[in-house]
Every structure is written in structure tokens, then in C-alpha cells.
Design a protein around this ligand. Structure first.
Ligand code: ATP
Ligand code: MG
Ligand code: FE
Length: 337
């Protein structure tokens, strides 16, 4: 089975050819980060224009690098939400065009389900499993009862973890997206600021990061006003310790509450965080029957290979879309139930 997959939900234009949902034949990722950096975040209109410029080249490269022809393909898959509507529409339109021209079935894929399926490139997903999904726009604990069945058991009530990283990074003078650099600085410093761990002792699996973000920004601004310079490494380490504590504590509590879970999957852009990977590896020592499956570092950020992996599950269940498929910027998981 060969699937040509598209991803254009945010600031990466990506096209991939995936075999049997588990082998990447090609995964072309054209990032637009440089164009958005001077604005400190993704500008939707700029993103759409870049997707239009890049998509055809990405398709050609993905096909030639995979060494396959259109007649070899079994289906075309595409992210249709959640994300920026104008950005999503470029991928959706390109995918529909290829599907129509080559008489191939079209598979609509949820971007967040795609993030989880990046872990499929490490090993097959077993059910039930639990995913900690941490990205630029989402922070969720997702229960996977069966293939294609995703249930959110906890999520952020305000900012996503990645969003918080990007916003506090900006205060430290770090370019968007700041997560990777804050992570690097954090490893050079110590947790001296004792920032708040919101909702850490609540029973709920929900998260909140806006209080932490505000506490961080207020600390830096206050120091600025009195002419004091704070240690950047310690600031980064303190912020990261607060984020990782809450993510790890909630995940451990969820594993206690769902003892039947066979795997813990870590996915999404923030899953690349070294502090988080180390901490969860240590916590998982206490769970003999739970396997820790981390999405490969290169597939944590947005890419079409993860979309192709999830699409294979949908293909097996014959979940095909029609040519009137539209982008859904606020798509949620329950569409698959
Ligand atoms: P979503 O998937 O929720 O729609 P998105 O696609 O914009 O949002 P991703 O591409 O999954 O988000 O992830 C990007 C985010 O990951 C950015 O906020 C970035 O700062 C963060 N990030 C990347 N590497 C790291 C890291 N090592 N530590 C922390 N955060 C990181
Ligand atoms: Mg991105
Ligand atoms: Fe994403």
C-alpha cells in the first residue's frame, strides 16, 4: 500500500510517500520559519502564500525521491484540520486535485491524530494506549481505545505548552519558535525561581500554562524595572522544570487511572524537548507493563509522513472523503468516533 500524504496546517508545507503506514519512502518538508520570524509568530496570510508557492515542488520531489509513479499509489491523504484555514485549504485543494486526476481515494486526516502516529515509525501502536500530545497549539492527554478511536481525557484550559515556550522565549530575546533554544538553555541552568505548577494537585487531567507564562514575564519585567539582570539559564531551567513537572505528574496520574494502557506515546512539537523525554523515561521505570514510545525527534514537528501513517489506519477502515472535502480549522477528535 502506497499513500501520498499532504500537510499544510501551519508553517510547514510537506508531502510524503508512505508504504503500509510504517515506512517512509520520502518526506519533503519546506519550512517557512524564516519568513515568520521577524513577526514573532506565524502570519496566516504569509503562510498561505508560501504554501501555494511550495506545494507543487514538494509533490514532485516527494514522488521522485520515493521513486514511484502515480499509478503505483493506492490513496491520497491530507490534513484537513485543525490549523489555519487558508493554509489547510492549499493542502486540501492539492490533495483533491491529485485524487481526482489519478482516480485515487481521498483520506481526510486530523492533524493531531497525525502527530500521535509519528510514533508508528518507532513501533506498531498497541491498544489501549495513552498519548501525551504536546504541540504549538495543543496540550492533551489522549486515550486510544482502538485504531482510529481517540478520546481526550485532559487538555489545556488556556495556553498550549509550545505556545508558552514561544512566548517566554520572546521575552528572553529568542527567535520564534523558541522551544528548542529554551530547552538548550534550561540544561545549563538551575530551577531557582520556583514558578507556579498550575493544577498540579487537582484530580483533573487538565492543564493550564498561562499563569506560568505570566509569572515568568512579570519576573523578567520587574527585574528590568529595577535595573537587575537575571540569569537566563536559570530562568529557562525554572520555566522548563515547571512545565515538565506538570506534564509528567498528570501523565503518571493518568497511567494510574488507566492501568490497562500498554503504551505511553509522546508526540507533537514539544515532544522533542529533552527535559521532558528524560523525565518521562525516568517516571516510566515505575510502570513495568507500559512501554514508552517517543515520536522520532525528526518527526515531532509538522510533517506529512505522520499524516501518511495515520491515513493507513483510515484506509483499512475505508474512511474516505469526497471531493467536496473542506478544511475545518477547529476540527476535533470526535469526528472519528
Ligand atoms: P498544532 O500541532 O497544535 O496545530 P503546531 O503544528 O504549530 O501546532 P508543532 O509543529 O507540533 O505545533 O510544534 C511546534 C512547537 O513545538 C513550537 O511551539 C516550538 O517552540 C515547540 N518546540 C519544538 N522543539 C521544542 C523543544 N525542544 N522544547 C520545547 N518546545 C519545542
Ligand atoms: Mg511549525
Ligand atoms: Fe502540529
Amino acid at each position: 500500500n502506497l499513500i501520498l500524504a499532504f500537510e499544510s496546517s501551519c508553517d510547514e508545507t510537506s508531502v510524503s510517500v508512505v508504504e503500509n503506514g510504517s515506512k517512509i519512502l520520502s518526506n519533503i518538508v519546506a519550512t517557512q520559519i524564516k519568513s515568520h520570524q521577524r513577526f514573532g509568530g506565524v502570519v496566516p496570510e504569509v503562510a498561505s502564500r508560501h504554501h501555494i508557492e511550495q506545494i507543487t515542488d514538494c509533490i514532485d520531489l516527494a514522488m521522485s525521491k520515493a521513486g514511484v509513479g502515480y499509478s503505483d499509489l493506492n490513496a491520497v491523504a491530507v490534513t484537513y484540520g485543525p490549523g489555519l484555514v487558508g493554509a489547510l485549504l492549499i493542502g486540501v485543494t492539492a490533495a483533491k486535485t491529485v485524487a481526482y486526476a489519478h482516480h485515487l481515494p481521498l483520506i481526510p486526516v486530523n492533524h493531531m491524530a497525525g502527530h500521535i502516529y509519528a510514533a508508528r515509525y518507532v513501533k506498531p501502536i498497541e491498544f489501549p494506549s495513552l498519548a501525551l500530545l504536546v504541540s504549538g497549539g495543543h496540550t492533551e492527554l489522549v486515550y486510544l481505545a482502538a485504531p482510529g478511536k481517540f478520546e481526550i481525557i485532559g487538555e489545556t484550559r488556556d495556553d498550549a505548552a509550545g505556545e508558552a515556550y514561544d512566548k517566554i522565549g520572546r521575552v528572553l530575546g529568542i527567535n520564534y519558535p523558541a522551544g528548542k533554544e529554551v530547552d538548550r538553555l534550561a540544561h545549563l541552568g538551575k530551577d531557582t525561581f520556583n514558578f507556579p505548577r498550575a493544577m498540579d494537585d487537582s484530580e483533573s487531567f487538565d492543564f493550564s500554562f498561562s499563569g506560568l507564562k505570566s509569572a515568568f514575564i512579570n519576573t523578567v519585567h520587574h527585574a528590568d524595572q529595577i535595573g537587575e539582570t537575571l540569569n537566563r539559564e536559570d530562568l529557562a531551567a525554572s520555566f522548563q522544570a515547571a512545565v515538565v513537572d506538570v506534564l509528567a505528574d498528570k501523565t503518571v496520574r493518568a497511567l494510574d487511572a488507566y492501568p490497562q494502557v500498554k503504551q505511553l506515546i509522546l508526540a507533537g512539537g514539544v515532544a522533542a524537548n529533552q527535559g521532558l523525554r528524560e523525565r518521562l523515561t525516568a517516571e516510566l521505570q515505575a510502570f513495568d507493563s507500559v512501554e514508552f514510545v517517543k515520536a522520532p525527534l525528526k518527526l515531532c514537528g509538522d510533517n506529512a509522513a505522520m499524516i501518511g501513517a495515520e491515513a493507513y489506519v483510515e484506509y483499512q477502515q475505508q474512511h474516505f472523503g469526497k471531493l467536496d472535502l473542506n478544511a475545518d480549522p477547529s476540527l476535533e477528535f470526535d469526528f472519528m468516533a
